[in-house]
Design a protein around this ligand. Structure first.
Ligand SMILES: [Zn+2]
Length: 128
């Protein structure tokens, strides 16, 4: 489960920031999880819950995961659109192949190029 090591390194970032701001308590953490990051949101959240027990200042921290829909640019007409996913469960198995079966809603081209989506970004931390 590589979510464990990802959650661990994310937590190191959070702890470093908390130290920097001399915070005693982290209340919430928001993480952006790209649809192509290969990270299973449920596993990541699970790993976070386990790891936070080791850090006093994270005991009350609530993790918010943002999982945006995949975006792409059409190579036919240049339109940038996001495509809704079939369901939460499908995210775990999502790959760039996702787009090969899709058509641009504007020009019906099938030459779609994914825009980002591999990111795992620490977006916001609330602490006191
Ligand atoms: Zn198009």
């Amino acid at each position: 489960m590589h979510e464990m090591s990802l959650a661990h390194s994310m937590m190191q970032q959070v702890l470093a920031l908390a130290r920097e701001h001399k915070a005693s308590q982290v209340n919430s953490i928001t993480v952006l999880l790209g649809p192509f990051s290969g990270v299973v949101a449920e596993s990541f959240a699970f790993a976070f819950e386990i790891l936070k027990k080791n850090e006093t200042c994270l005991h009350n921290a609530v993790l918010h995961l943002e999982c945006p829909d995949p975006r792409y640019r059409c190579l036919g007409c240049g339109a940038e659109t996001s495509l809704p996913l079939p369901g939460q469960g499908a995210r775990a198995h999502l790959d760039f192949d996702f787009f090969t079966e899709k058509q641009c809603p504007a020009c019906a081209s099938t030459r779609l190029s994914p825009l980002g989506g591999r990111e795992l970004i620490l977006q916001q931390i609330r602490m006191e």
